[in-house]
Design a binder for this molecule. Sequence first.
Ligand SMILES: NC(=O)c1ccc[n+]([C@@H]2O[C@H](COP(=O)([O-])OP(=O)(O)OC[C@H]3O[C@@H](n4cnc5c(N)ncnc54)[C@H](O)[C@@H]3O)[C@@H](O)[C@H]2O)c1
Length: 252
Amino acid sequence: MSSESAIVFGGASGLGEATVRELAGAGHKVTIADLNSEKGEQLAAELGTGFVQCDVTDSDQVEAAISKAAEAEGGLRICVNCAGVGAAGRIASEKHGAAPLEGYEWAININLMGTINVLRLAAANMIGNEPDNHSQRGVCINTASIAAYDGQIGQTAYAASKGGVVGLTLPAARDLARYGIRVVTIAPGLFDTPLLALLPEDARKALGDTVPFPNRLGIPAEYAALARHVTENPMMNGEVIRLDGALRMAPQ
Ligand SMILES: NC(=O)c1ccc[n+]([C@@H]2O[C@H](COP(=O)([O-])OP(=O)(O)OC[C@H]3O[C@@H](n4cnc5c(N)ncnc54)[C@H](O)[C@@H]3O)[C@@H](O)[C@H]2O)c1
């Protein structure tokens, strides 16, 4: 496997951080792009990689991050987007009435529009690459969630944002097929990231107990291993891959 230039949005924490470590370990030249400069710079210093502070919803910032990663020899070949936020609240209730629209706009802006923004700018940049020996110019990996399929009570905003990412995967792969650019989405189940680390140990254990097998929370390195496999397997394209230990979430 030759060394390629990769960028990981949301690479400062959780699934993104694990992906940065995996791709750097595989010998790739990785750029970390994240809102969180403290954690991003710390990880970049530890691994000897680059860091760019970037909000995935900002076109200029995403374009600048991609241009920086593309300065490497061979251009940008791998783009992984793990930047995302959680959102909770029922769509309407007797007590609170209709949920505020702003919560939906916030989640959809970061999780869905941010994904579209990263994907469109990464793909536009990759079109200028020389095809490799598989006729490929690049690969883009998005992160959805199994909430796109079996969202729980209180997850309408989050599920809507991730459902959009699921829906765009195949048409984006079709759009970009002529250039040899692949698009794949990973839909994780429950993973033990800083997001979940905020919960008490017994609550995390209870969540892990809902997973059929392995009967535990996913480890970020398991997401990263799949992301790396996607980069290495030219036949993986236009697909959403559930990575969830056979979990189908209950309503609550
Ligand atoms: N952890 C899980 O169980 C789980 C399950 C399903 C899906 N996911 C999805 O996986 C992705 C990563 O989640 P995680 O658990 O690693 O979370 P995390 O909070 O550990 O990491 C998310 C990273 O994204 C960054 N980020 C947030 N908003 C950003 C923005 N606007 N621009 C740039 N960076 C931004 C954060 O600073 C953070 O470093 C998210 O999209 C999340 O919805 C996570």
